[in-house]
Design a protein. Structure first.
Length: 208
């Protein structure tokens, strides 16, 4: 178990779709459906007009945006069982892209259907609140690392944080930290890719 990643305690084993199926709710493939996304393909790009919430069944996804100069950057990387998607509560000022790091299977929930679930089903409401708090805490943990640690410790903490095994749609296993490019790592800890490369090279020399 990765001890430095926050968990939504009490809901570690909660699975949304099986729970909904246990309620015998009418569900059709317009409300919930699945797609396969190839490695390095985009799930969506800004401006994202799709009205869905996305769940990673298998694989890993990176989320990012674009600077005023048009340069892309990454601010989150998510493994299986995580949810993402623009809830459209931010007045159109927030735009992101979602890109598959490996071959992924993604489950899509109609946004209005998902919102209704989180406001009318108490168990789903409690789970979703705990999930949002977990993601909020995760962002704060990463921000704390960026502000407090030196570059060597930032890189080490990042590698530990993403020390998670993920599987693609073919059943191949990967360590999530190994899927991150040096630019991805730099974006996530607020340094350049060159700085990450230099730090990793120093660590490699120390090992040998």
């Amino acid at each position: 178990m990765n001890d430095i990643r926050p968990i939504n305690k009490g809901f570690e084993d909660f699975k949304l779709l099986p729970y909904l199926q246990s309620l015998n709710k009418p569900i059709n493939d317009q409300l919930i459906f699945e797609i396969d996304v190839k490695k390095n393909d985009y799930i969506y790009l800004p401006p994202n007009k799709d009205n869905f919430i996305y769940e990673i069944i298998t694989g890993a996804v990176k989320l990012g945006g674009y600077s005023d100069d048009g340069d892309s950057f990454v601010y989150e990387v998510l493994p299986h069982n995580e949810f993402f998607g623009n809830l459209k509560y931010l007045n159109g000022i927030f735009h992101e892209y979602a890109k598959a790091l490996i071959d992924c299977k993604i489950r899509l929930y109609d946004l209005d259907f998902f919102k209704n679930l989180t406001t009318t089903e108490p168990a789903v409401t409690n789970w979703f609140i705990s999930y949002i708090v977990k993601r909020w805490c995760s962002a704060e943990v990463k921000l704390k690392t960026i502000k407090e640690k030196n570059i060597e410790d930032k890189v080490k903490s990042l590698q530990e944080y993403y020390n998670i095994e993920v599987t693609n749609t073919k059943g191949q296993r990967f360590l999530l930290s190994n899927l991150l490019s040096k630019k991805d790592m730099g974006d996530l800890i607020g340094v350049t890719r060159q700085t990450v490369a230099t730090t990793l090279q120093k660590e490699k020399q120390l090992v040998f």
